[in-house]
Design a protein around this ligand. Structure first.
Ligand SMILES: [Zn+2]
Ligand SMILES: [Zn+2]
Length: 341
């Protein structure tokens, strides 16, 4: 008789729940991971909304931001061993599509995505391919290590943008991603850093996380505030919101030679910009998606930032209360929710 476990399963059309499912068995090049913790992502909310903002296959166990301990090895696994504590990289590219062949594996047209197209981490166990496991030190608390994937997405953006300590940076959005960016920018040594946020609860979260320069673009003229404080505009602008108005504002605000990173994603948004501002100011515009060889960097960056990153996790719940975690995030009462099976 096969063993069963608890898992948060997506049933389709916004329906989901925690139920008993069989414990999976690893294929030859896979491992069975006993899950320690997972965190709920904005994309989980997109999957669970009606109509869905992101696709997931009905019947799939949710969760793509998680870590655990290897409990069983497939017969051909050679680089990890039982008992290893690992973070699981959730997007497994096909290796054969046009994007993969051009080394843009993060943009694979036909990926397996843990938690969306194959079973993910809001469960007691999960199987994962050997080559998508990343060791993580025992000293890193589970609730921090559970953030490895979003931190790695942010690090992908940081690696493209390459902000320097002497540059002025304006960051739009003080949600979980915005506050991860804030911590990474601070560790890069950025001294002049402004955070723009319109939502009261998030302004409070930003203050709680130590942000000392917050501008509410609904109430203040961002350009005027920056000019008064810094004597000029930003060299680097980051959109961690995904709103068309943010891109519009950034193009107008940027210093000559400035760089903009579009990170937040919302497929319904449009923007009206003056293209001439892009060439007359010689702006560089970057877009980054998902994790791109950035999980080791994320794991490295966690070291020494545990206390700061811990403030982003506002709720820790058992798997049985997964639905409460989703509700808290939908109602914007939580910033980041970590789930323990
Ligand atoms: Zn995520
Ligand atoms: Zn591919």
């Amino acid at each position: 008789m096969s063993r069963t476990m608890k898992a948060a399963v997506f049933e389709g059309n916004g329906v989901f729940g925690v139920k008993e499912v069989p414990v999976p068995a690893p294929a030859v090049k896979e491992v069975l991971v006993k899950i320690e913790a997972g965190s709920i992502c904005g994309s989980d909310l997109h999957v669970l909304s009606v109509p869905p903002g992101q696709y997931a296959k009905p019947g799939t166990v949710l969760g793509h931001e998680f870590l655990g301990r290897i409990e069983e090895l497939g017969s051909e696994v050679s680089t990890v061993k039982k008992g290893d504590r690992v973070i699981i990289e959730p997007i497994v590219p096909c290796g054969m599509c046009d994007a993969c062949r051009r080394n843009l594996t993060n943009l694979c047209e036909n990926p397996s995505i843990l938690g969306q197209t194959v079973d993910g981490g809001f469960a007691e166990y999960c199987v994962a391919p050997e080559e998508y496991l990343h060791p993580v030190a025992e000293e890193i608390p589970a609730k921090i290590a559970a953030l490895a994937e979003p931190i790695a997405c942010v690090m992908h953006g940081m690696m493209e943008l390459n902000p320097q300590p002497y540059e002025r940076v304006v960051l739009y959005g003080a949600g979980a991603i915005g506050l991860i960016f804030y911590n990474m920018l601070k560790s890069y040594g950025v001294r002049h850093l402004a955070v723009c946020e319109t939502m009261d609860s998030r302004i409070e979260d930003a203050k709680r996380c130590g942000v000392d320069f917050i501008i509410n673009p609904m109430q203040e003229d961002v350009g005027a505030v920056l000019k008064e404080r810094w004597g000029g505009g930003p060299d680097v602008g980051i959109d961690a919101v995904g709103a068309g108005a943010v891109f519009e504002q950034l193009v107008g605000l940027m210093n000559k030679g400035g760089r903009i990173l579009i990170f937040g994603q919302n497929n319904t948004q449009t923007s009206t910009v003056y293209p001439s501002q892009i060439n007359t100011k010689q702006l560089k515009i970057f877009g980054t998606m998902a994790v791109y060889h950035s999980i080791p960097a994320a794991i490295e960056m966690m070291n020494g930032l545990e206390d700061q990153l811990a403030k982003i996790v506002t709720h820790e719940l058992p798997l049985d209360q997964f639905e409460d975690g989703i509700r808290l995030l939908r109602e914007k009462k939580a910033l980041k929710v970590v789930i323990y099976p």
